[in-house]
Design a protein around this ligand. Structure first.
Ligand code: ADP
Length: 220
């Protein structure tokens, strides 16, 4: 479904940094892939390229057989919005909006009207175990609860792939375990998951484990 062919990504502000070098990789529907490696190895760059948040400097990236290199910025955004969901370490929830409103925001550009969005968002909030906090301001939620809202927001539009960058980075052990159980459940219902983590224990969650080292990717 997602295929990188000889992808390179070089940052060049004065002196070039080869964040990815000759990366070839195929991800299939339903996989749970974890990506580990030392700081600065290229993990986030890989995730950003796969998630269409960044563009390769060389090589090609195909999504369901479609070459993405020639897509306009707007088209990339549209494909990203349709196929992908994202969860980051820092939650990125809007304060001053309730949990359920934050989840609705994820569906703003989808096909559903306001009422349907609310129904779906409430169902999603239930599914992540936060039904009782649906109308709370995120500022009053714990870290684990915030990340559950972030996951609900990311998966409410029914993406094919959920990209997670250090989703447990701000959570204690207990909340990490609960979050990983939730991700496992979502993967069990068919969602493809690609997760960057520096934590070897968290990386064990992946049915497929990749290691990034100095811009190159190997299977573990
Ligand atoms: P990781 O996620 O494994 O810590 P990154 O993908 O963030 O690694 O970074 C890979 C390399 O690319 C690092 O050397 C980093 O400093 C560099 N890098 C990342 N983003 C940029 C950027 N926007 N501009 C310049 N260099 C960058």
């Amino acid at each position: 479904m997602l295929e990188l062919v000889e992808v390179g990504r070089t940052y060049d502000d004065g002196h070039p940094v080869h964040a990815l070098r000759h990366v070839s990789l195929r991800l299939e529907p339903g996989e749970y892939v974890t990506i580990t490696g030392p700081s600065g190895a290229g993990k986030s760059t890989l995730l950003n390229v796969l998630g269409l948040l960044d563009v390769p400097s060389s090589g090609s990236y195909l999504i369901n057989g479609m070459e993405t290199g020639r897509l306009s910025e707007g088209m990339r955004g549209a494909v990203r919005g349709q196929l992908f969901g994202f969860v980051f370490q820092a939650f990125h929830l809007l304060a001053g909006r309730t949990a359920v409103e934050n989840v609705e925001i994820g569906m703003l550009y989808g096909p559903h009207g306001r009422r349907r969005r609310r129904e779906l968002a409430l169902a999603m909030i239930e599914q992540v175990g936060l039904g009782h906090r649906a109308h709370a301001d995120p500022r009053t939620l714990s870290g684990g609860e915030k990340q559950r809202v972030a996951i609900a927001r990311a998966v409410a539009p029914r993406p094919q792939v959920l990209f997670c960058d250090e989703p447990t980075g701000n959570l204690d052990n207990e909340n990490s375990a609960a979050l990983l159980a939730l991700l496992r459940e979502l993967n069990g219902s068919g969602l493809t998951i690609v997760m960057v983590t520096h934590d070897p224990h968290v990386a064990q969650e992946g049915g497929r484990r990749l290691c990034v080292s100095d811009g190159t990717v190997s299977e573990q």
